[in-house]
Write a protein that binds this ligand. Sequence first.
Ligand code: SF4
Ligand code: SF4
Length: 201
Amino acid sequence: MAVRIRTASPQERKLSWWDKLYFPAILSGLAYTFGRLFKKPVTVQYPEEPIELGPEFRGRPVLVVENGKERCVACGLCARVCPPFAIHMQAAETDDPKERYPAIFEINMLRCIYCGLCEEVCPEEAIVMSPEYDFVFRSREEAIYTKDRLLVDKKDLEARLGWLRQMRNPQIGKRFRFRISNNIHSVKARHLVAEGEEIAG
Ligand code: SF4
Ligand code: SF4
């Protein structure tokens, strides 16, 4: 028995007498096309011309370096949340106040889908989506980005970090104040200190 599938409501198929003329629609399309002929082209001659991207663009994820050290405290949240299991890391202890750092941190760029979830969950703003989008690898081994290729100085990521700060839900840290005293090393806490908040020790 044939199954009839309705793809559009009958009303959608009804054309007015003006629609049925077609010429006005054709002429307006042609007018738009000719109008574009005399305007500056929007096409970018990539790769000869670089593409300017805003801070909202999600390029390859990188680790933020601040004062010569990675911000990462090796909590493992990013590895746990990463949908395609692209992150592999191993924590080690350090004498720094942050107590832990990632001895090994790798991202498999063949798996990464640039979703930005690692950046979203990171309590330290230690992993962020950089503006870098044009990179190549010629083997599977080359696609595994180790720490030496992941570490990027904070000053080169200011646009993204600033954008994240602006987009952050302003309620976070205010409604859940208990988290402030539980996480005194976090970047979030440092921002709150800068804004004059008292952080319990
Ligand atoms: S951007 Fe998404 S897929 Fe890529 S490493 Fe981060 S969480 Fe994983
Ligand atoms: S979530 Fe942030 S602090 Fe935690 S391991 Fe990942 S990069 Fe490091």
